[in-house]
Ligand binder design. Structure first.
Ligand code: HEC
Length: 115
């Protein structure tokens, strides 16, 4: 019984300390941090401006360039649709079409080459 009582005491003490630690972080600012420069870029080709404008707000271009090289055109069509419908990307229809055409022309075998 004594063992249980002291265990409970320790638990209460730990919980209280946790509460204090959590409160101490409120109001503190995060340390200054400069992210490293972005090195990943979309391949220059017709339509790249639309991709740069609408596809870099949430993640970098390597989400595109690291996809397997043999993906069919439908894959890119589905990706653009998924970004808009599932992830909430706000892309006008004409830009979405331009981006899809760009991705198919640039990142699909056999257009992709060594990229
Ligand atoms: C509103 C935010 C947002 C925008 C804008 C956006 N994406 Fe994404 N994208 C995501 C999220 C979230 C994921 C999933 C990330 C993860 O799983 O870690 C993702 C993942 C991806 C992937 C990896 C494969 C996959 O399906 O998970 C590709 C390729 C991709 N995005 C392409 C694009 C392209 C092309 C555009 C421009 C048409 C775009 N994204 C714009 C949010 C966005």
């Amino acid at each position: 019984m004594r063992g249980l009582a002291s265990s409970l005491l320790v638990l209460v003490a730990v919980a209280a300390a946790g509460g204090v630690a959590a409160r101490e972080t409120v109001g503190k600012t995060a340390p200054a941090y400069a992210p490293p420069p972005e090195t990943s870029k979309f391949v220059a080709a017709p339509g790249v401006e639309a991709a740069q404008r609408y596809c870099l707000t949430c993640h970098s271009a390597d989400y595109v360039s690291t996809q397997p090289p043999h993906m069919p055109a439908a894959f890119w069509q589905n990706e653009v649709t998924k970004m808009r419908n599932a992830y909430g990307a706000t892309i006008p229809d004409d830009a979405a079409k331009a981006i899809t055409d760009y991705l198919v022309a640039t990142y699909t075998e056999p257009t992709r080459g060594g990229r």
